[in-house]
Design a protein around this ligand. Structure first.
Ligand SMILES: [Zn+2]
Length: 224
């Protein structure tokens, strides 16, 4: 085979792989657009992931810190949010797409599940299952949900908004486990979904990569 025949074959294979990856992302990674979701919740789109801000009066907190600091800061400013004024950031876990923008919250206290892998421990406050933290008038309950990563933690805020990070995904009107192939322990992941299925009165369920739903009760039924 001539060298350029080999080159064409390689280029075709590369193009097919790129198309498959593009198709996978397009059909499975569906973060919400930046905007106000309810009177308490602002959603920020940062590349393939959503960051959320929850506020009540002058109290506010951020859930996860996205992929890119520069892009995240730009989106926050668009919504009138000054990142340096954020006092508390709750991380669901410490993968790069959830901590990439942490540097812009340079005055904030950072909370994370106690079994999470973190590089510089002194910057973090570690939370155990069912810990309750009050940020002014906002009640935050940590729910330990390992599986995707050790220490992965969901946050139930004011007993009604459940922020689930990479525990599960919303697809075709169903709740599915987060991608098992890129999760550490898929059995544990399933157990963690069954655990959150027991929570009552959730009004909004929010994911990191596949948007949110106000139909938690209906969608979670099959996990009970
Ligand atoms: Zn993620």
């Amino acid at each position: 085979m001539e060298w350029y025949h080999t080159l064409i074959v390689v280029l075709v294979i590369v193009a097919i792989v790129v198309l498959i990856i593009y198709w996978f992302f397009k059909s499975n990674i569906t973060p919400s657009r930046t905007g106000l979701l309810s009177e308490n919740i602002v959603c920020i789109k940062n590349s393939i992931v959503n960051v959320y801000m929850y506020s009540k009066g002058s109290d506010r907190l951020v859930i996860d810190a996205g992929f890119s600091a520069k892009a995240l800061k730009k989106e926050l400013l668009k919504m009138g949010i000054i990142p340096e004024e954020t006092t508390d950031v709750f991380l669901t876990h410490t993968d790069p797409d959830h901590i990439g923008g942490l540097s812009i919250f340079n005055k904030a206290k950072i909370y994370v599940g106690e079994d999470s892998r973190v590089k510089n421990q002194c910057n973090f406050s570690f939370l155990s299952d069912n810990d309750i933290i009050m940020i002014g008038e906002i009640k935050v309950q940590a729910i330990s949900t390992p599986g995707h990563r050790p220490g992965h933690t969901c946050y139930l805020i004011d007993d009604k908004a459940l922020f689930t990070g990479d525990l599960l995904r919303l697809k075709s009107g169903e709740i599915k486990p987060f991608f098992k192939r890129i999760s550490r322990d898929s059995d544990e992941l399933i157990e963690s979904i069954k655990k959150v299925a027991k929570i009552e009165n959730v009004k909004t369920l929010l994911t990191a990569h596949t948007g949110y739903t106000t139909e938690f009760d209906k969608l979670i039924e099959k996990w009970k």
